[in-house]
Design a binder for this molecule. Sequence first.
Ligand SMILES: C[S@@+](CC[C@H](N)C(=O)[O-])C[C@H]1O[C@@H](n2cnc3c(N)ncnc32)[C@H](O)[C@@H]1O
Length: 231
Amino acid sequence: MTAHKSGDPTTLNRLYGRASGHKLRAGQQALVDSLLPQIGVPAEGDVTALALFGEDRPLHFEIGFGSGEHLAYRADLLPDHGFIGAEPFLNGVVGALGHIRDQHLFNVRLHMGDALDVLERLPDGSLRFVYLLHPDPWPKARHAKRRMINDGPLDLIRAKMAPGGEFRLGTDDPVYCRWSMMVMSRRRDFEWLAESARDFLVRPGGWPETRYEAKARRQGRTVWYFRYRRL
Ligand SMILES: C[S@@+](CC[C@H](N)C(=O)[O-])C[C@H]1O[C@@H](n2cnc3c(N)ncnc32)[C@H](O)[C@@H]1O
């Protein structure tokens, strides 16, 4: 993975985790071969609404979209907005491509790889929404630098968001929940949009459950939801 110039170099230096799992079936491979080139974020150049969608429109970005259920749901809800999703895991990308095909979504662009690589190419202040749902928790303290919720990635996310834009974070990991609250509360550039003490236990409107989240709940885990305004 490329070294990132901005922010905390130890956090942003490389992509951790797996990129591929089980082998693709022929139909899945055909989908990757046909649809991904059409809706992939171009490998070079600015990543603007005009370049991706042919016009200026509000942009949303999902970091690590998993199988893409949330990304597809949001894109379907807001057809006039542009959605960019990044996910290095091939089996997840295939899932998202299936949703995009089946739901006839024309407003989604995908990057198979590190979200931070694409974020860096966006103009500052261009994102209306950023989503980070169930990021890999890296529960061991010595791996804490790998967490997406760290000042390096957050500085980049913040720079790419429009003032007043919304950053949504969901997690089912108690360590990550506490860590995020600590890191986010230290920052003066994000305001927590909690309306009550129990706010983070209640799923906000327009926030569908992903497969990953459903599994976490089946296994008896709590899910915490955070919404922050970029100041
Ligand atoms: C626990 S899964 C959650 C997936 C999905 N957000 C959901 O809620 O179903 C975390 C995902 O983040 C992805 N991921 C990890 N680091 C990433 C990065 N730097 N850029 C984009 N995705 C990343 C992983 O490949 C994995 O699919």
